[in-house]
Design a binder for this molecule. Structure first.
Ligand SMILES: O=C(O)CCC(=O)C(=O)O
Ligand SMILES: [Fe+2]
Length: 361
């Protein structure tokens, strides 16, 4: 297995084989072949009775169709967004030794991860990332927050606070969409947890053979994602048959519904099925804020319409749901490896048979 950072590997002419995905997992649509199928929704007037209903109904439709929308006029200061972006870029440009001071190998919660080590997966993700557990505040472990560049820690604090406020507004919309009181979803969460991941995707010599971030859904309630103007975030709503590349919109955040959010509304809203692809000319960055319920929060629909069945078979805690979510991904990955080995074996047998046939002729 290769231990260089992805940034270092990106300078090589060919791609390291650890990153080569099975054919059916490889990108089907280019990173810059943009689609505007995902709606861009303005939050201007969200607090006014007249326009709130209209904005909420647009969000409901987007969640029903895709589990994803983009949000503009969200009230987050663009100077804060630019500074968070600038400082994150400075971090990833640091020498490997500096980034690896915060290496998460060995299961540390928070710090720098060079590619993703999903147990049993057929290939690694072409990305590096930094993770911070940002809420609850008393759970922050500042020893895992990189101390370089200067000012990044305080900007991350300010950024995560604004993201928490925006997430709470969106949880209110989700509650109202289910016909419940504004606080219903936040109450179901018991306590809100927030994790920030800054993803960095170096340029890749063979982007058609790999993924920056494997296909997945986010486990939590909602995710707020800031991407740069390069493009690479892709979504599917037919189980991976067809994909679209989400068009980057300056100043917008992408909002994804996670698995927990999907279960709370009894499956009415889709969980966002997504991945990220890379390219050979531009590095890309995304700053992702996950909103999770407390580990003890129960995963169960808040409202089940008459005649409807619950999409969950039993009430479990979010901690248990998270564990199952991760093992589902690991199981899927192991099955892929077995299938790949079987295909290779079948091919070897066929090659051998045709060689024997040639000899007999
Ligand atoms: O970089 C992106 O656009 C997607 C990242 C993502 O889905 C994640 O970090 O969960
Ligand atoms: Fe994601």
């Amino acid at each position: 297995m290769c231990s260089k950072t992805v940034s270092s590997l990106s300078k090589e002419k060919t791609m390291n084989s650890d990153f080569v995905r099975d054919e059916d997992e490889r990108p089907k649509v280019a990173y810059n072949q943009f689609s505007n199928d995902i709606p861009v929704i303005s939050l201007a007037g969200l607090d006014l009775d007249g326009s709130r209903l209209e904005i909420c109904s647009k969000i409901v439709k987007a969640f029903e169709d895709w589990g994803i929308f983009q949000v503009v006029d969200h009230g987050i200061d663009s100077a804060l967004i630019s500074e968070m972006t600038r400082l994150s870029r400075v971090f990833f440009a640091l020498p490997d030794e500096e980034k690896l001071r915060y290496d998460t190998t060995g299961g540390k919660r928070g710090g720098f991860t060079n590619s993703t080590h999903l147990q049993g997966d057929s290939a690694k993700d072409w990305r590096e990332f930094v993770t911070y557990l940002t809420y609850p505040i008393n759970a922050r472990d500042y020893s895992r927050w990189p101390d370089k560049p200067d000012g990044w820690r305080s900007i991350t604090e300010a950024y995560s606070e604004k993201m928490m406020a925006l997430s709470c507004k969106l949880l209110e919309v989700l509650s109202e969409a289910m016909g419940l009181e504004k606080e219903a979803v936040a109450k179901a969460c018991v306590d809100l947890e927030q994790k920030v991941i800054v993803n960095y995707y170096p340029t890749c010599p063979e982007p058609g053979l790999t993924l920056g971030c494997r296909r997945h859904s986010d486990p939590g309630a909602i995710t707020i994602l800031l991407q740069d103007q390069v493009g690479g975030l892709q979504a599917t709503r037919d189980g991976g048959k067809t994909w679209i590349t989400v068009e980057p919109v300056e100043g917008a955040f992408v909002v994804n519904l996670g698995d927990y959010g999907h279960y709370l509304c009894n499956g009415r809203f889709k969980t966002a099925d997504h991945q990220a692809v890379v390219n050979s000319t531009s590095t890309r960055m995304s700053i992702v804020t996950f909103l999770y319920p407390a580990p003890s929060a129960l995963v169960y629909p808040l409202k089940i319409k008459e005649g409807e069945k619950a999409v969950v078979e039993e009430t479990i805690t979010f901690a248990e749901m998270y564990k199952r979510h991760m093992s589902r991904h690991v199981e899927g990955a192991s099955q892929r490896i077995l299938a790949k080995e079987k295909r290779l074996q079948e091919k070897a047998t066929m090659d051998m048979q045709s060689k024997n046939a040639d000899i007999k002729m």
